[in-house]
Write a protein that binds this ligand. Structure first.
Ligand SMILES: [Zn+2]
Length: 418
């Protein structure tokens, strides 16, 4: 058997790829058209980020410039699109070189704007949501409902009831976002079914630490990290871990306002769990097998026959200071550095990040860092990558260079008179 590609020397063993699929893991060595030495590296299934925003609108980002350097091969858009804006998300999913799946916002306007999408209940149309999900089961794997005071106004948990009705009809889970009350957190948690997800589960604002969150977890409601720009606090996570509650899935809520900090990317978010004492294998499971299971997504394991979505990480045992959404810091004992990311057996090529949209607030320090990065990139790319020693004469000449007369021996032309 000849493989298309063989990754050798990594953990959990050599991985062979053929026709875009995983052909062997730790198996007998075979000949390969290309061999890449990943000695000392961890090979994981392509990471699945269960809460991102890649659809058009206020929050959306392009996944490409982050995916290739972070190992995230499956991006779940969590509610950027509602029924009215699903076509825009579908176009993004089609054009992306990563896999994009989505949770449909119960509000048909989705997150075209900053918030407030469920203040008008006319937008929370159950029948329309069901039709939209059923029309594209490949893209939509669940329903997203954002429940906080700004989003729902005077509507309480009614948008969640409608989201649950749509999800029930389609046989998919609901992911509920929690934040500033009202509605009361306990009322929100009390409505959720086994398999539904609570994102921003370690939110410093909602602070789900009471008996309601324990009850929800006990009946099979899944906790999703959903870091975001305001949805994660170390002290809340630590209190939950002390109480025996651990996020089932670790997601970033990566969007235009969290990309430049405090989230940055999924490996950095994973380091925040490591900083709180969660073991590396558990952290990996929470970004691979668990999100795949939660939304019935393909991938999430190194199974022979599956598409070869893979991430290669250097696991550096060096301290990394990490920050939550409230500027609390902790130190991770491990730093995960992505070395390569494969989708269907093909490495994702480097992609440069675009400038943030003009409506995104940034600190002066973030702006200066972006300017510095642009300067460094320009300098890097403007520097010739090799000198003469790194070049071949691609088109050798048949004859030696003709010898021209020296310029001082040429006859001088008369100065022209004007
Ligand atoms: Zn979000």
């Amino acid at each position: 058997m000849t493989w298309d590609l063989l990754l050798t020397g990594g953990t959990p063993g050599d991985v062979a790829i053929r026709d875009g699929r995983i052909a062997a893991v730790g198996g007998p060595p075979g000949a390969a058209r290309a061999i890449i030495d990943v000695t000392g590296c961890l090979i994981t299934p392509g990471l699945i980020d269960l809460h991102t925003h890649v659809g058009p609108g206020y929050w959306g980002i392009d996944p490409g410039p982050v995916a290739w350097r972070s190992g995230v091969t499956t991006w779940v858009d969590a509610g950027s699109a509602g029924a009215y804006t699903a076509a825009g998300l579908r176009a993004v999913a089609r054009a992306a070189d990563v896999r994009v799946h989505a949770l449909l916002n119960i509000s048909a306007v989705g997150l075209a704007g900053r918030t407030g999408e469920s203040r008008d209940l006319a937008n929370c149309d159950v029948a329309l949501a069901i039709d939209t999900i059923q029309a594209d089961r490949e893209l939509f794997h669940g329903v997203k409902v954002r429940i906080d005071a700004e989003t729902v106004g005077a509507n309480g948990v009614e948008p969640l009831r409608r989201g649950l009705a749509a999800a029930e009809a389609c046989g998919v889970p609901v992911m509920v976002h929690i934040g500033t009350a009202p509605p009361a957190l306990d009322e929100v948690l009390g409505l959720l079914r086994p398999g539904d997800l609570v994102t921003h589960c370690a939110s410093g604002i909602a602070a789900p630490l009471g008996p309601a969150v324990r009850d929800a977890a006990a009946r099979g409601v899944l906790l999703d990290l959903g870091h975001g720009s305001g949805g994660f606090a170390f002290d809340v996570l630590e209190a939950q871990l002390d109480a025996g509650l651990r996020p089932y899935t670790i997601s970033t809520d990566l969007h235009a306002r969290s990309l430049h900090g405090p989230v940055f990317d999924l490996p950095t978010t994973m380091a925040k769990l490591l900083a709180c004492g969660v073991a590396l294998p558990d952290v990996i499971t929470a970004v691979t097998a668990h999100p795949a299971r939660a939304l019935d997504l393909p991938g999430g394991s190194l199974t022979v026959g599956d598409p070869a979505d893979l991430a290669i990480f250097e696991v550096r045992e060096e301290p990394l200071t990490v920050v939550d959404a409230h500027r609390q810091t902790r130190v991770s004992p491990i730093r995960l550095v992505n070395r390569a990311t494969y989708v269907a057996g093909r490495p994702l090529p480097p992609r440069l990040p675009a400038a943030p949209a003009p409506w995104i607030p940034l600190t002066d320090t973030q702006r200066a860092a972006l300017a510095r990065r642009e300067h460094d990139l320009r300098a890097l790319l403007a520097t010739p990558i090799v000198d003469v020693d790194g070049l071949a004469e691609q088109f050798p000449r048949a004859f030696p260079a003709p010898i021209l007369p020296r310029s001082d021996s040429l006859p001088r032309s008369e100065p022209r008179s004007s």
